[in-house]
Design a protein around this ligand. Structure first.
Ligand code: XMP
Length: 319
């Protein structure tokens, strides 16, 4: 019978044997897989592990702080934040095509990660939170050709170019087993049940050109949506829920003033594997609360729309 604490013991022994006295680097996104991989490897080899978190400026509200608080403060891991937001935004300036955005974000990520790793000195292993389904479906992780970028982030040219050996302690596990392992390692429910978040982040949720101002508006609206989804208990019932910034201005009234501001779309879907998805039938009262709060609290937004499209033919993301 399968016992999680025995599994942890064996996994730790294996990591120690593989790594010896060498150093390991891990690109931490804050997602379920990389978080569990980090906690496991840290338990095995402590300070021989360094985590690198790339702040690409396309993160959600408080995302960087919560990742830093958990891994740097709480777990006391060696942790480097690559503060690269201005670089990403500079490279994305004027770009509107979704696939070009993805390419630029992926390429810049590799550059920043590479440079950060070089600054650490001698490193022998690159750790990754690759799961069993990633191994067998090496072409596309979730049926989205765009997610090749994700696999690019995970297993792309990095190790070869940097002459690193791969350390993939979750390679034999499915998602539910990774969550059970994470729980055993003391990771919080919130971390283990986070919705999937694309590698290009808010870069593909600001439709059209990405600017700091648009990202800031989106971050505020998205944070309200997530907060309300969590406090109502609906967060755990859906596959993904997020806000999208639309580069459209519409007319509104605020007091005696006429406004001319942007539109936020709410994307809330149910799915089993992201290959197909249905828009989630959320209670109207909750939607009303989310809409009112976004319009009242987020400067620059005067209209909220609900996306009621299913996949296929619509995709989950808007870009
Ligand atoms: P779509 O929009 O194709 O998304 O229905 C299916 C799932 O994949 C995620 N997604 C991405 N993940 N890089 C990623 O790492 C990407 O470029 C990307 N595009 C979409 C999306 O959030 C959903 O879970």
């Amino acid at each position: 019978d399968w016992n999680m604490s025995d599994y942890v013991e064996r996994a730790i022994a294996k990591i120690r044997e593989t790594v010896g006295d060498k150093k390991v680097i891990l690109g931490l996104s804050g997602g379920v897989d990389s978080s569990v991989a980090a906690a496991l490897i840290h338990k095995a080899i402590g300070n021989q592990l360094t985590c690198v978190f790339v702040d690409n400026g396309l993160l959600r509200k408080n995302e960087r702080k919560s990742v830093e608080d958990l891994f740097k403060r709480n777990f006391k891991m060696r942790f480097i934040t690559a503060k690269a937001a201005p670089l990403f935004l500079k490279k994305l300036k004027g770009v509107t095509d979704p696939e070009r955005k993805r390419k630029i974000i992926g390429k810049t990520f590799v550059e920043v990660f590479d440079k950060t790793v070089k600054s650490i000195g001698q490193v022998d292993f690159l750790a990754q939170g690759t799961l069993y389904p990633d191994v067998i479906e090496s072409v596309s992780i979730d049926g989205n050709p765009a997610s090749l970028i994700k696999s690019h982030h995970n297993v792309g040219g990095l190790p070869k170019r940097m002459k690193l050996k791969l350390l993939e302690p979750l390679r034999e596990l499915f998602k539910d087993e990774v969550r059970a392992l994470g729980k055993e390692l003391g990771l919080a429910h919130d971390v283990l049940w986070r919705h999937p978040f694309p590698g290009p982040g808010l870069g593909v949720r600001v439709v059209g050109e990405i600017t700091k101002k648009r990202l800031d508006v989106l971050r505020e609206a998205d944070a309200i949506l997530i907060e309300e989804m969590k406090s109502s208990g609906y967060y755990g019932k859906v596959w993904q829920s997020f806000a999208v910034f639309l580069p459209v201005k519409t007319v509104g009234v605020m007091g005696d003033e006429r406004t001319y501001d942007n539109v936020i779309a709410l994307r809330i879907v149910e799915s089993l594997d992201a290959m197909t998805a249905d828009w989630a039938h959320i209670p109207h009262e909750l939607l009303a609360k989310i809409s009112n709060r976004i319009i009242n609290e987020v400067k620059g937004v005067n209209r909220v729309c609900l996306d009621i499209s299913s996949k296929p033919p619509s995709t989950i993301e808007w870009e």
